[in-house]
Ligand binder design. Structure first.
Ligand SMILES: Nc1ncnc2c1ncn2[C@@H]1O[C@H](COP(=O)(O)OP(=O)(O)OP(=O)(O)O)[C@@H](O)[C@H]1O
Ligand SMILES: [Mg+2]
Length: 751
């Protein structure tokens, strides 16, 4: 179906003669547009490019659309409903109806009286008149799936600080699972009373009076209860498993999106190994909430049920049991502080050790080339020694309470029975033999919930520390707001810096000092200057990596800080000196997983970057797999792939920060020749130490100590700018000198 006649074409996909018309959107695109339109109704601006298509799916499924919408701050729900319910949904916000061909339409209203729903073409916008469609016509194209979208009321959820109440909310959201688990546990607790009761009956009635019929009926009851107990425990385990995994996946998603929303600046200031360790601490908290905390509370139910029963059997024995269990709890509490202290030290030591491991793996290349293995081993050994020392200390420390608790435990399990037997001898009416056995069977269960409760307080400390660790990373201010709000203007590429000052956080000197210059769209701008003069800083400000500058930095006259960050970064193509390639094929690396690029686009980008020739020489061409760390391609090849990856989106602005400095002269010449072509129709900012590659730039900006020393084309600069002339002379001495002395070129080369 073509794009101007989408919705009315409800009689079947093939009946439209304009089907193969020139402007044609894939059904997937139509479906995405429908979702975007439905979200817009709620004031949410979505960008189709944010949708990460699942390669397994032919067209986006309601589930993956829901995932996308929730990531973008909406509440969405996909469901399958019948016509008779659909037609009743009048006066609701737009609903996305999924079509069998993979496209979709928007249902804007329904009329149960007339038996029609009103559909709007998602491609036509608000102005288009909706079309009435009846059940029969709709049933030919509709899959029965709909997607409901709502704006999230507390927009802040994605940004809410991560703390106990946040986590608890995550767990408590699973109301149904929690309720079922509680019911199962309570029933189990009650069931636990029956075996001792039955044993008591067996001893008192069957053994004493030798009654066969009672034995048979009791056996029947035992079997029934046992089956119940088995089924219920199975159910409870299953439920807690489901709960844990659900909470887990939700936490994972949140933690990850929070992590990637942190500004780049934050990562630059942190040690990666340490950072990961701290983030992972969140799982300790989850373990606690869905594990120990829950079981202990459930065990407390048991206590509530068992205690009265014990008191009913014999109050004297029951008091003794409670007192002993109380002592156990007390011992645990007393040792809690000291144990927590050594445990904290152990955790710290372990973190430091894993930082060593991480750094070693990450820097293994340098380590090997410098032959530092033995030194690292020594550092590792020392870190391990510290860990072991603390581990031992923790073991010793917790051995004490365990030892002290043992006699009390024995008293509950064995001593009580002796006392009970004595009581039975002295006063047979107080407690019978059957009652004694029943007591023995249940008494042991009193201690464990109490001890568990005491331990819980202990764990609580540890978990609070773990949560603090995770929060110290995840609760940093994120870029989320800038990434999801702000203007999305059409970008042409005119740049202006007006009195821009910038100091790196934690630094005392200005990295940029009153930078002023202006270039029209389509300019090829070279940035030169000594090392540390602020060239890379300029490119960072342009990409919105650092936003705490003062003055005005305008893109097409709009202050950069008002532009949506995602939109801004998408409008840029950036190539750095050292580019990271992901594991995957060359084609995947060039598209970088962004949807909507064909192999033709990939080839075009590769050609523009001068990469086509080497890719085609590779055994599998564009499907060649790039190993982790891009070990199977050379540095220059990697660089050209990075350039291809940047140009494939046809960005209006390109930044190349020393992008060609790792290339051999031949490939550099190739890329430089292509730069002219790449630069057509876009603004380029090229940072390079090799001035010869910037000669053809429209403007060259000379940076010095964070300020602009001059900005002009090459010839003019050579005339009037001392810094530029000096740099130029230094680099081109050998070509000029060659005529005079053959040996000076060697000196120049050595620089
Ligand atoms: N992440 C950072 N944190 C703190 N200071 C920084 C950071 N990055 C750069 N600087 C400082 O800012 C100044 C400008 O650095 P910048 O990276 O812009 O220089 P550059 O001109 O790109 O140098 P080079 O040619 O060596 O790449 C330097 O003095 C540097 O020490
Ligand atoms: Mg730099």
């Amino acid at each position: 179906m073509n794009q101007t006649d989408h919705v009315p074409d409800v009689s079947g996909p093939s009946s439209d003669p304009g089907h193969e018309s020139a402007v044609r959107l894939t059904p997937t695109m139509i479906r995405l547009r429908a979702v975007v339109a439905a979200a817009r109704f709620h004031g949410l601006e979505l960008d189709i490019r944010d949708f990460a298509a699942d390669p397994e799916e032919e067209s986006p499924s309601p589930a993956s659309l829901v995932r996308w919408l929730e990531e973008q701050g909406a509440v969405a729900k996909g469901m399958r409903i019948k016509w008779r319910y659909l037609v009743k949904m009048s006066n609701s916000p737009p609903i996305v109806l999924m079509f069998q061909d993979g496209s979709a339409a928007l249902m804007v209203n329904a009329d149960p009286g007339k038996g029609v729903v009103w559909l709007r073409d998602p491609l036509k916008g608000e102005a288009a008149a909706p079309v009435p469609v009846d059940e029969l016509r709709l049933s030919k194209i509709w899959t029965g799936d709909i997607l409901l979208i709502k704006r999230r009321r507390d927009q802040s959820e994605a940004d809410a600080p991560i703390n106990f109440s946040w986590l608890a909310k995550m767990v408590l959201r699973e109301k149904r699972s929690l309720r079922d688990i509680a019911i199962a546990s309570m029933t189990l607790s009650i069931l636990q009373i029956f075996p001792p009761l039955i044993v008591m009956q067996v001893i008192d009635r069957v053994v004493n009076y030798k009654s066969m019929s009672t034995l048979i009926s009791i056996s029947g009851i035992i079997v029934v209860f046992s089956v119940y107990e088995v089924l219920l425990s199975y159910g409870r385990r299953e439920l807690s498993m489901v709960l844990t995994t659900r909470v887990d996946s939700r936490i994972s998603l949140h933690v990850f999106s929070r992590l990637v929303a942190l500004p780049l600046e934050y990562f630059e200031r942190q040690q990666a190994g340490n950072l990961l360790g701290r983030v992972m601490a969140i799982y300790k908290v989850r373990d606690f909430l869905t594990g120990k905390l829950m079981t202990t509370f459930l065990d407390l139910f048991t206590l509530v049920v068992i205690l009265p029963f014990l008191f009913y059997l014999s109050s004297t024995l029951a008091w003794m049991t409670v007192a002993a269990a109380g002592c156990i709890g007390l011992i645990v509490v007393i040792f809690m502080g000291p144990v927590a202290r050594v445990m904290g030290a152990q955790m710290q030591a372990e973190r430091e050790r894993s930082a060593v491991l991480y750094e070693t793996v990450a820097g293994i290349r340098t380590l090997k080339t410098l032959a530092l293995e033995n030194m690292r081993k020594q550092i590792w050994d020392e870190a391990t020694a510290v860990v072991i020392r603390w581990k031992l200390a923790v073991g010793r420390m917790s051995n004490w309470p365990q030892t002290l608790v043992m006699p009390l435990d024995m008293f509950i399990n064995r001593g009580i029975i002796l006392i009970g037997a004595y009581l039975a001898l002295v006063n047979p009416s107080a407690v019978g033999v059957g009652g004694l056995v029943a007591f023995m069977m249940l008494g042991g269960r009193v201690a464990s919930p109490l001890v568990g409760f005491a331990r819980l307080l202990d764990d609580f400390n540890e978990v609070r520390t773990a949560l603090g660790e995770a929060a110290s990373v995840l609760n940093q201010p994120t870029e989320t707001k800038a990434l999801t709000t702000g203007m999305r203007p059409q970008i042409k590429g005119a740049l202006s810096f007006e009195g821009v000052d910038f100091t790196y956080p934690g630094s005392t000197s200005k990295a940029l000092n009153n930078v002023n210059f202006e270039i029209p769209a389509g300019t090829m701008l070279g940035l030169v200057g000594r090392s540390g003069s602020g060239k890379s800083t300029i490119t960072r400000l342009l990409q919105g990596v650092s936003r705490s500058y003062t003055g005005y930095l305008k893109l097409d006259g709009v202050d950069l800080r008002e532009i949506n960050l995602t939109h801004l970064r998408r409008s840029f193509g950036v190539v750095l000196q050292d580019n990271f390639l992901f594991r995957g094929t060359i084609r995947e690396n060039i598209t970088a997983g962004r949807p909507g690029y064909t192999i033709d686009d990939v080839v075009r980008a590769a050609r523009l970057a001068g990469a086509e020739e080497f890719i085609e020489r590779m055994p599998a061409g564009y499907e060649t797999f790039i190993e982790e760390g891009s070990t199977n391609i050379s540095g220059g090849q990697r660089q050209r792939l990075a350039i291809a990856r940047a140009v494939i989106t046809d960005p209006k602005l390109m930044i190349l920060d020393e992008a060609t400095s790792a290339l051999d002269p031949e490939s550099e010449a190739l890329v430089n020749a292509n730069l002219e072509r790449i630069g057509k129709g876009r603004t380029m900012v090229i940072v390079s130490h090799r001035l010869s590659s910037l000669v053809n730039c429209d403007q060259i900006c000379v940076m010095d100590h964070g300020s602009v020393a001059d900005i002009a084309p090459h010839d003019v600069l050579l005339e009037r700018c001392d810094i530029y002339r000096t740099l130029w002379m230094q680099q081109n001495r050998h070509t000029e000198g060659k005529a005079r002395t053959g040996s000076s070129s060697l000196i120049a080369e050595g620089e």
